[in-house]
Design a protein. Sequence first.
Length: 127
Amino acid sequence: MNTVHGLLLGLALALAHPASHAWADIIDDGEVVFKKCSECHNIIDDGTKKTGPNLGGVIGRKAGTLKGYTYSPAMAASGFPWNRENMDRYLTNPSALVPGTKTTFPGLKEAADRAAVISFLEAQSES
Ligand code: HEC
């Protein structure tokens, strides 16, 4: 490896570290935002029943398909996948994306809060 490559590698490593740190901070922020959801949603299956479905592993799941949870007919029929884009639309205004949903949650106004909680859900879905 010549000196220029060595310097570039060092620079890349130096840049990668703060980037991953920022990612961890976003997930921490998301965990704080999730407190607004946890009144109605579990993320870990601890056997307690809440008003809403368990959200562990929700990213990548098809909407309205968690076994053992009784969805509104609107959510059960929605049929789209929970990816970042659909989750952002839902969390902006749940009943705009799924008219007839039984959730009374009005949504999150701040885009940064939505992005953070989605990253938190994504991290929970990967582990
Ligand atoms: C007041 C209770 C309540 C709050 C607070 C709430 N939800 Fe929900 N949520 C529900 C209910 C009830 C449903 C089921 C909706 C249906 O069947 O129409 C639901 C459904 C969902 C679904 C669809 C899940 C699936 O399996 O398809 C997602 C995703 C979701 N909520 C995310 C969130 C997030 C993220 C928050 C916090 C930012 C949140 N909710 C806050 C009650 C709530």
